[in-house]
Every structure is written in structure tokens, then in C-alpha cells.
Design a binder for this molecule. Structure first.
Ligand code: HOZ
Length: 427
């Protein structure tokens, strides 16, 4: 038994399923999870001394790879000043100002501790603002584990076959209406059936949680128009896409101004953090300026704020980051495409910027129904072949892989070669 196996055995005695977040348990790909010890640049190292080229990047935030020196230095200084005060600090003001500068739709922003908190709080603000209760989400989109989002959800919920989780009340389920991603008629239909009852539409503008799924031409523009006409708050969940697809996130890429946006780990430079923000008139509903209550001792935590401020300042001062990410990611995409072609298959790759998913289906993946056509069993085999070759992919089909600026040409070449050998081994 290696150290990872020993730790997993121990973990299962004290932690449900042996992990603190389900997808990590490798259940959908089989086998035992690998326990990590350290990370540096594009690499992670496990407790048995194995090295991996990492394409999870802590599920998104590691835009510059693990432990970039400019974040670590700032963090070390911040620790000397104190880890938590539960009182306001200057860095929170600087951070809020910077986010409003970088994302034009955000006039005010509130810091929280995770993407889940951000989406739950954004919905509450939208409900308080509109005085309406129902929300629309899209099948296969995942917005964290808040009760009213675990209805036909993506990510681990989809992976483990519980897209609608037990424990979610009938009342919550009744307030959450579901439409189809990339299908504006499905949204119109739900709105028509629930006229004047809908507070918000929440969407991952580019989906990461059924694998990477990209909005088709005009879908987001039509959604924006529809929400404006119907006085529905449009919420972009940019937990994965914010500051990753471009400095202004997916909303900048597609030229849409949502009413509210939510962010996660990326704005903490990898530390636990989340944020929601948007139109002043909606955000002023939030306590203590308004009646919509939301609070948290660790919100705006000085360590997370300092790390996040360093990360966002870096991309502001180095906008070429996005060009680099695009070049590396498109090189990787075309290498894997060639590998797929060389074995006579037409498996689909969806990629936008540094987010990418290889689906084991030969039909285009544009929504939930096409995503679930992917052969998840084959993905599991591919995952393990890649892992054995030192490539760490998300351990589930319905997730995105992330490229960082730390990935070198050598890393990408090795990944492409590993992909070719893995595909040959499983087919
Ligand atoms: N559900 C997360 C990705 N979409 C995984 C979180 C984790 O395991 O850290």
C-alpha cells in the first residue's frame, strides 16, 4: 500500500467518503485519489513522491501555476500583520475598488468566502430587490451547493448521479425553474409560464461544470435582452471564467453586462474567497445599507485579500497573460486534436481560452443532453492512463481542465504525447 492509499483508508474513517469535496474521491473514474503534498509552477507532487503536470490548478484559480513568488511574498508579509480581525481593513477597500475598475458591470462588490456563498447571496439580493421568489437556472450548470441550485446541477452532482440532491426541500425545488443552455426558447417558455414571478436568471456564461460548454452565437445577448424586458436580474456566475477568460471575464469576451456577477477562488489568488457584485441599486439592498441580510467573520479576510489583490494587480499590469494562455492552450488543443485524428476518432474538444474539455463523443457538445452522451467510462480509463503518465486532469468528465502561464512547452509536448499513448491504450 502506498502512502496515498494508506491516507485514503484513514480518511474514510473520519471524513465522509474520505474527502472534503466529492469529485476528489475519484469515484467516477475509479481507483483511489492521490493525496498531494506540494505544488510549484505547473507541477504537483504527491505524498509518494510522484510528479504531475497539473491541469486542475485548484479548479481554476492558479492562473500563474502553483505558488507564484509574487503572491507568496505578499502572503508572508500579510501573515506577520495578523490572520483575521473581524473588523474592516484597508486592503478590502483597495480590492473592491480594483474589482470595480476591472469589471465594468460591477459598481459595488461584497466579499464572501466561497463561490457557493457568492451565488446564494446574489440570489437573495435579487429576490430582495425584485420582491419575487422564483429563479431560473440551466440544466447541467452548477452554482455551488446552495439548496436551490442543486436542481439538475452539474459538476459532482451530475458526476455522482444526484443532479437533484436529497435534502433539498420541495419548496426550494419549486422555486427553481430549469431551462436548457443555448436554447433561448426554453427560457422564454419558462418565463411565460411564470409571468412576473421570476427574480433572477443565473447562468455560467461559459459552462465549466458539465465540462466546458460554450454559448452559441447570440444566446447570451438574447438572454440579456429578455431579462431586461421582463425585469429579471441576470446573474453571471463567473466563478470559473472571471479573470480567467479575460481580465473582465466571460462578460467582457461576449460583450454582455449582467446585473450581478459572482466570483470565487480566483480572486483570492487560490485562498478561500468569493464575491458578488454588480449594479449599485441592487447591491445597496445588502445589509447594512439595505435590508437583505448577509454576513461573515472571515469575509474580506486579510490573507485572502492580500493574495487576491496581488493576483489581480499582476494581470492588470501584465495583460499579455491572456495572450500567453491562449497560445499555450491552442497549442495543447491542436496537439490533442491531432492525436485523436491519428487514431481515427472524432472525439470533441471544447475550448475557450485556457478552459478545455475532451468529450468522448463524436457529436458536438452544446448543452446538457449532448454532454451526457460522452462515454464517461472511457473518460475514466483515459484519466488513469494520463495519471500514470504524470498528467493530472480533473477526475471527472463533467469538469473543465485549466492551463496556466506556468505550463512550459515541454509540459505541453509531454501532455500531447501522453494523450496519444493514452488514447491508443484505451481504444
Ligand atoms: N466541484 C468543484 C469543481 N467544479 C470541485 C471542487 C473540489 O473538489 O475542490
Amino acid at each position: 500500500m502506498n502512502r496515498s492509499e494508506q491516507l485514503f483508508d484513514q480518511a474514510k474513517k473520519y471524513i465522509p467518503g474520505g474527502v472534503n469535496s466529492p469529485v476528489r474521491a475519484f469515484k467516477s473514474v475509479g481507483g483511489n485519489p492521490v493525496f498531494m503534498k506540494s505544488g510549484a509552477g505547473s507541477k504537483m507532487y504527491d505524498v509518494d513522491g510522484n510528479e504531475y503536470i497539473d491541469y486542475i490548478g485548484s479548479w481554476g484559480p492558479h492562473l500563474f501555476g502553483h505558488n507564484p513568488p509574487f503572491i507568496i511574498e505578499v502572503l508572508k508579509k500579510a501573515i506577520d500583520n495578523g490572520t483575521s480581525f473581524g473588523a474592516p481593513t484597508e486592503i478590502e477597500v483597495k480590492m473592491a475598488q480594483l474589482i470595480t475598475e476591472l469589471v465594468p458591470s460591477i459598481e459595488m462588490v461584497r466579499m464572501v468566502n466561497s463561490g457557493t456563498e457568492a451565488t446564494m447571496s446574489a440570489i437573495r439580493a435579487a429576490r430582495g430587490f425584485t420582491g419575487k421568489e422564483k429563479i431560473i437556472k440551466f440544466e447541467g450548470c452548477y452554482h455551488g451547493h446552495g439548496d436551490f441550485f442543486l436542481i439538475k446541477a452539474g459538476s459532482g452532482a451530475l458526476t455522482f448521479g444526484v443532479p437533484t440532491s436529497p435534502g433539498v426541500t420541495k419548496g426550494n425545488a419549486a422555486d427553481t425553474l430549469v431551462a436548457d443552455f443555448n436554447n433561448i426558447d426554453s427560457v422564454k417558455k419558462v418565463i411565460a409560464q411564470n409571468k412576473n414571478e421570476i427574480a433572477a436568471v443565473i447562468i455560467e456564461p461559459v459552462v465549466g461544470n458539465m465540462g466546458t460548454v460554450i454559448p452559441v452565437n447570440k444566446f447570451l445577448t438574447e438572454l440579456r435582452d429578455l431579462c431586461s424586458q421582463e425585469k429579471i436580474v441576470l446573474i453571471f456566475d463567473e466563478v470559473m471564467t472571471g479573470f480567467r477568460l479575460s481580465i473582465g471575464g466571460a462578460q467582457e469576451v461576449f460583450g454582455i453586462k449582467p446585473d450581478l456577477s459572482t466570483f470565487g477562488k480566483i480572486i483570492g489568488g487560490g485562498l478561500p474567497v468569493g464575491a458578488y457584485g454588480g449594479k449599485r441599486e441592487i447591491m445597496e439592498m445588502v445589509s447594512p445599507s439595505g435590508p437583505v441580510y448577509q454576513a461573515g467573520t472571515l469575509s474580506g479576510n486579510p490573507l485572502a485579500m492580500n493574495a487576491g489583490y496581488a493576483a489581480l494587480t499582476y494581470i492588470k499590469e501584465h495583460p499579455e497573460v491572456y495572450q500567453k494562455l491562449e497560445e499555450k492552450s491552442s497549442f495543447l488543443e491542436s496537439g490533442i486534436r491531432d492525436a485523436i485524428k491519428s487514431i481515427g476518432k472524432n472525439f470533441q474538444i471544447n475550448r475557450i481560452g485556457s478552459m478545455m474539455t475532451l468529450f468522448f463523443t463524436e457529436e458536438p457538445v452544446t448543452d446538457y443532453n449532448s454532454a451526457v452522451k460522452s462515454d464517461a467510462n472511457l473518460f475514466g480509463k483515459y484519466f488513469h492512463e494520463m495519471l500514470n503518465r504524470g498528467i493530472y486532469l480533473p477526475p471527472a468528465q463533467f469538469e473543465a481542465m485549466f492551463v496556466s502561464t506556468a505550463h512550459t512547452k515541454d509540459d505541453l509536448d509531454k501532455t500531447i504525447e501522453a494523450s496519444l499513448q493514452s488514447l491508443k491504450a484505451i481504444l
